[in-house]
Write a protein that binds this ligand. Structure first.
Ligand SMILES: [Zn+2]
Ligand SMILES: [Zn+2]
Length: 293
């Protein structure tokens, strides 16, 4: 089984929900009768990630992620980074430091290093433009991303081999998303994810942050059984996210398999009361969604 649980479902500056980071868990047995998954993958870990995770580990079904009430970061085996906005990477410094010093200051660089996956460009920028400031210096020398993580660049595109396979069965591929345009579509690197069950051929899409892009993403949506789609509830003349009004124009059978996330704090205004009927509903934090049985 493959499951996905949102640590948070909020937009970048949401305060009622944590930011949209998600824990994917792969199980060889029944989750109800397992003490934890056989493998896992955290999709993004933003500034609210550590607090959101600290809240999640209080639920008994996520107790494998805690020790004595604190986050057990080494229980997170893999991370995928969709893009470099703070709501998606702001928690990585804490995760990296906690792992790197877990076996003592003298053994820095020798402790557990989770795999960090994304395109080579995003991983390079992640270090050069974001993490290096806080993580680049340690006692006696300078540090690199590889001191904290097993750096695993994955090829772009969904038509080639998977960037990662969990439990020899669940395949992960990524595709570019139209989030920020410097000059043109896709010229600022950001990624979405397609999960495929190699046994059944079924697939699930996780859009990451993106503008409305039916041309680029439509073929993944048509094939998918379930789509986690980012959304911005309020209209905007030049959005960098997908507007609810744009998603409302999609065919009903596509809308019904869409679960909306990355939404603002105004989600329970009366005007959005029908979203649950028009779509698969708003994503709920802490709920374990089954992607493949
Ligand atoms: Zn975001
Ligand atoms: Zn973003």
């Amino acid at each position: 089984m493959l499951t996905l649980t949102f640590l948070g479902v909020g937009a970048a500056f949401a305060k009622r929900n944590f930011a949209s980071n998600a824990l994917v868990e792969a199980w060889s047995g029944d989750p109800e009768r397992s003490s934890g998954p056989d493998d896992n993958l955290l999709v993004d870990f933003g500034a609210t990630g550590p607090l959101a995770l600290h809240q999640l580990i209080r639920c008994p079904e996520f107790s494998y992620l805690q020790r004595d009430g604190a986050i057990r970061y080494e229980a997170i085996r893999n991370l995928f980074i969709t893009h470099l906005h703070n709501d998606h990477i702001g928690g990585l410094e804490e995760l990296a430091i906690c792992n790197a010093y877990a076996c003592g200051v003298e053994k820095f660089g020798e402790c557990f290093k989770p795999k960090i996956l994304s395109t080579a460009e995003i991983l390079r920028n992640l270090w050069d433009h974001s993490l290096r400031g806080g993580l680049g210096a340690v006692r006696g020398r300078q540090a690199e991303l590889a001191d904290y993580f097993t750096v695993t660049p994955v090829a772009g595109g969904v038509d080639g081999p998977p960037g990662m396979v969990l439990l020899d069965r669940y395949e992960l591929r990524s595709f570019p998303t139209d989030h920020i345009q410097i000059h043109r579509k896709y010229d600022w690197p950001s990624r979405g994810l397609q999960f495929t069950d190699s046994q059944s051929g079924r697939s699930v899409v996780y859009t990451g942050d993106t503008r409305f892009d039916p041309v680029g993403l439509g073929r993944f949506f048509e094939k998918a059984d379930l789509i986690f789609h980012e959304v911005q509830l309020e209209d905007h003349p030049d959005p960098v996210h997908t507007l609810l009004t744009e998603l409302r124009a999609l065919p009903v059978d596509m809308r019904k398999k869409m679960i909306l996330y990355h939404y603002g704090d105004d989600w329970n205004k009366e005007v959005f009361g029908d979203v649950g009927k028009e779509f698969g509903g708003f994503a709920r934090p802490g709920k374990r969604y089954e992607l493949f049985a």
